[in-house]
Design a protein around this ligand. Structure first.
Ligand code: F6R
Length: 239
């Protein structure tokens, strides 16, 4: 694992955005695996800035990690809305090349199978990841066993509590999500995991130095040959 520590999240976000820029510029049809959440907002802000200065996204395919079950894409707290607001509305990505799982489709099993087909047909060059305080990546939550493919997951109390900050209250946070599986994440050619703030410090320590265990899903990144972990000093304090 390549570990990069920056004094603050802004330096880290610039580094992450520059890594994405290199992938976008050097591949003829780059595929980016994208994440949502507070960690990603400074990264997407920087990418939008790069676009204003001329970075072209028209040849890029994007595949997001996850979506809440039960939220329509138009719901302000859906990950569809997050991506539009923070990135897609501001860059020239082709809407036909944007993939996010639909959480409001009654045939969720069908959505999962179709999403795995999308990932198989568009191998991911660079996968962006945030991390939960409990070590989740995507919404692969700590459990006795982990799933390899796209699936429906029951969110843990930790995750619901953490994500309540984006909703009116904890009761409004959906309890289920659709997420790509661990295998889909590990098949990406390069993985870029970002974590900011002391709340993430224990999860980062467990990811890098702990045993590989289904109770810390991010620990499986230890088996991937090309992972870059981008941290601010607060998230790196237990290393
Ligand atoms: C979101 C996702 C999650 C988040 C994680 C961290 O698409 O896959 O794993 O990356 O929950 O969220 P923040 O960045 O809000 O702390």
């Amino acid at each position: 694992m390549n570990i990069r520590v920056f004094p603050d999240q802004y330096g880290a976000a610039i580094y992450a955005a520059a890594t994405i820029e290199t992938t976008v510029k050097t591949s003829t049809s780059p595929v980016l695996g994208l994440a949502t959440g507070g960690t990603m907002t400074p990264v997407y802000r920087q990418l939008v800035e790069f676009h204003r200065r001329g970075l072209n996204f028209s040849h890029v395919t994007t595949i997001n990690l996850d979506e809440y079950v039960g939220l329509k894409p138009s719901h302000p707290n859906s990950y569809h809305a997050f991506m539009q607001e923070n990135l897609f509305d501001h860059i020239d990505v082709n809407p036909d090349r944007i993939y996010l799982p639909s959480g409001d489709n009654p045939d969720l099993e069908g959505v999962c199978a179709a999403y795995d087909d999308v990932i198989r047909s568009n191998p991911i060059d660079l996968q962006l990841l945030g991390i939960g305080v409990n070590g989740h990546i995507g919404f692969n939550e700590p459990a006795n066993s982990l799933k390899s493919n796209t699936h429906i997951v029951q969110l843990t109390e930790d995750t619901i509590r953490e994500n309540a900050r984006f909703f009116e209250d904890e009761q409004s946070v959906p309890t289920r999500a659709i997420t790509v599986g661990l295998q889909s994440i590990l098949l990406a050619k390069h993985i870029l995991l970002l974590a900011f703030g002391e709340k993430k410090a224990q999860a980062i320590r467990d990811t890098i130095k702990g045993d590989i265990s289904t109770t810390v899903p991010s620990s499986f990144l230890q088996v991937h040959p090309n992972v870059t972990i981008v941290l601010d000093e607060a998230a790196a304090q237990l290393l």
